[in-house]
Design a binder for this molecule. Structure first.
Ligand code: GCB
Length: 597
């Protein structure tokens, strides 16, 4: 799905940034969608509703919540087609216009839209209602445990009072993942227009023929029409032209898009009265032997997993935060991150295209398959949802030069039902390859499991491992942690695959210091990374190190979490811990290319 853009053929109108809002419960009153909410409170959009109010009722809400605003379609729009577009609503949305259901969308991290043209003209100030459901269960992505499932699986504690209180607890979300279950209208909402015959999709796939850049393109339009495509370089000079819905554009002596050196061309598509422009990069990605090659050179991932997470916006799209984070990524001399554990807002990919930062793009399939007797891998509805989400993510992000690899999941259970899991993920792996016109490498991120029993991870193009030797296991013993990591890497050596760590880390309380490093202090976090990195450096097939996490982030309450997850290199408000300085120095000395020839 194309990102809306304003140009001489199209208009974009952002909707108001503060909406009316009211919490509901496991259902909401159907009268609410036809009338102004009975007891509304202001709520900023985009943003999570959990973090905008000073009561636990909002933070810990379970079920539906309802947003409302007034929508006026300007008369000037009436000669065109008009669309209402949501960048992302977490996790499930029902959208009503003047009481009528426009449609529903499941999944909290990808865009959806409705065409309004047939309903125009609308009365001024039409009532737009968005009902949002934050409930998660074993069928949703990300995965949670519903109250009914939790009750069915409950093992008595042996303490009568606890068992009684457990049975009486008010329903709440039990995420099978370690980030706060923020909810709401998380990404921008807009009206946009297109001409009657319009450009539905553009795919541009780069490749290289010597020094000539080839852009294979494909344009889908809503009706038969002539299509023309031009390419301009950064100076605005037209350097290639083609006509027809499919073709190849040739760029002599192409400037490459590369990590740290992001050259972007502008592709302009014209079809009937419509026009669409996008920035593209000439760069190739492929796996060859035990290397991942960008533009034919062996790339080394230096970076982290991130989260969309900030104090007030929660998971809401936040351009200020994103611009700062990109700058901090440069400050660290990092070159990459994984969109753990869901596709991020489109605005971040645009920034990374411009900044030359490499992205591993992840489906929100986190927590899949655990403790469910393998039923997740047998349930066609779960597979169908997973496959659709993967395809929607690829459809949205396929043109970004920053995206170099797709991640099918984070930490699915892979060693409990090894054959079922492998078959399930193999279909997704194939689907990712055929859905992406560029057929980028595909991975699935594996959790500390029995890697010898796990039959899935070894079938991926790149083996991505989350490993917490020295933290969750062998806790505090860095000699043993290094030993365990080396034992495992010795095993992977025989698989002849590129391997990278996509997570390793230690919770660290900023400002806690010790002469003798110990868990949770800043010296330990530095020692942990220094020691484990020395092991990684010994293995030529290890193609990257992504620390967990870029910054501290919010999680649910629990005995393992003191005000959230503290494994950040930065605090949640982006103050560097000692480990950030350590990585800044290390990564200054580790080149993006050819680190391990
Ligand atoms: C993991 C998860 C990540 C957690 C992290 C941790 O393996 O992938 O979501 O936050 O561990 O800190 O426990």
């Amino acid at each position: 799905m194309l990102k809306p853009e304003a140009n001489k053929a199209r208009t974009v109108l952002s909707l108001p940034s503060v909406w009316d809002f009211q919490l509901a419960g496991e259902t909401f009153d159907s009268a609410w969608v036809r009338h102004p909410l009975p007891d509304p409170t202001p709520m900023a959009v985009p943003g999570s509703y959990n973090s905008q109010k000073a009561t636990a009722a909002y933070r810990d809400h379970y079920g539906w919540a309802v947003y409302q605003t007034r929508l006026t379609v300007p008369s000037a729009f009436l000669t065109q087609r008009v669309w209402l577009r949501f960048g992302g609503v977490t996790h499930r949305a029902q959208v009503f216009l003047n009481g009528e259901l426009l449609g529903e969308h499941r999944g909290g991290f990808l865009p959806f839209e409705f065409e309004l043209t047939a309903r125009l003209p609308l009365p001024e100030g039409a009532l737009l209602t968005v009902a949002v459901d934050n409930r998660i269960d074993f069928t949703t992505l990300p995965v949670g445990t519903s109250p009914a499932e939790a009750q069915a699986a409950y093992q008595p504690s042996g303490v009568p009072s606890i068992d009684v209180a457990e049975a009486r607890r008010a329903p709440f979300n039990r995420p099978n993942f370690d980030f706060f279950n923020f909810a709401g209208i998380h990404r921008p909402v807009c009206l946009y227009t297109t001409p009657q015959t319009y450009i539905q999709d553009v795919a541009v796939t780069p490749s290289l023929d010597g020094t000539t850049g080839l852009l294979r393109y494909s344009v889908t339009t809503s009706g038969a029409t002539a299509v023309s495509v031009t390419v301009q370089d950064q100076a605005g000079v037209i350097c290639a032209k083609a006509t027809g819905p499919n073709g190849v554009l040739r760029l002599q002596n192409a400037h490459l898009w590369a990590p740290g050196k992001p050259y972007l061309y502008q592709v302009t598509v014209t079809a009937a009265a419509d026009r669409y422009q996008l920035a593209v990069g000439v760069r190739t990605v492929q796996v060859s032997g035990t290397k991942l090659l960008i533009n034919g050179e062996p790339f080394y991932f230096k970076g982290f997993g991130k989260h969309e997470d900030a104090a007030v916006h929660g998971r809401g799209e936040d351009d200020c935060q994103n611009v700062l984070d990109v700058d901090l990524i440069h400050w660290l001399n990092a070159n990459s991150f994984r969109t753990s554990h869901y596709p991020y807002a489109e605005e971040m990919y645009d920034l990374c295209d411009r900044a030359g930062i490499v992205i591993i793009d992840e489906v929100p399939a986190v927590g899949l398959g655990w403790g469910q007797d393998g039923r997740a891998y047998r349930d066609p509805a779960i597979y169908a949802n997973h496959a659709k989400t993967l395809q929607d993510m690829i459809a949205r992000d396929k043109n970004h030069p920053s995206v170099v690899m797709w991640s099918l999941a984070n930490e699915a259970a892979l060693d409990q039902h090894p054959t079922l899991a492998r078959d399930y993920f193999h279909r997704l792996y194939e689907l990712a390859h055929v859905s992406d016109p560029a057929s980028r490498p595909v991975t699935g991120v594996s959790y500390p499991n029995d890697y010898q029993k796990d039959l899935t991870t070894r079938t991926m193009d790149v083996v991505c491992l989350n490993r917490y030797y020295g933290w969750y296991n062998l806790s505090g013993d860095l000699d043993a942690a290094c030993d365990a990591l080396a034992v495992e890497l010795d095993w992977w050596a025989a698989q002849h695959k590129p391997v990278m760590l996509t997570e390793y880390g230690a919770d660290t309380i900023a400002g806690l210091h010790n002469v003798v490093p110990g868990m949770f202090d800043e010296e330990f976090q530095v020692a942990y990374y220094r020691r484990l990195n020395a092991v990684l450096d010994r293995y030529p097939f290890v193609i990257g190190e992504q620390a967990w996490n870029f910054a501290d982030f919010a999680t649910i309450q629990g005995t393992l979490r003191v005000d959230g997850n503290k494994k950040g290199l930065f605090t949640r408000d982006r103050r560097p811990k000692m480990a950030a300085h350590y990585f800044k120095d290390r990564w200054a000395a580790v080149p993006d290319f050819g680190y391990k020839r």
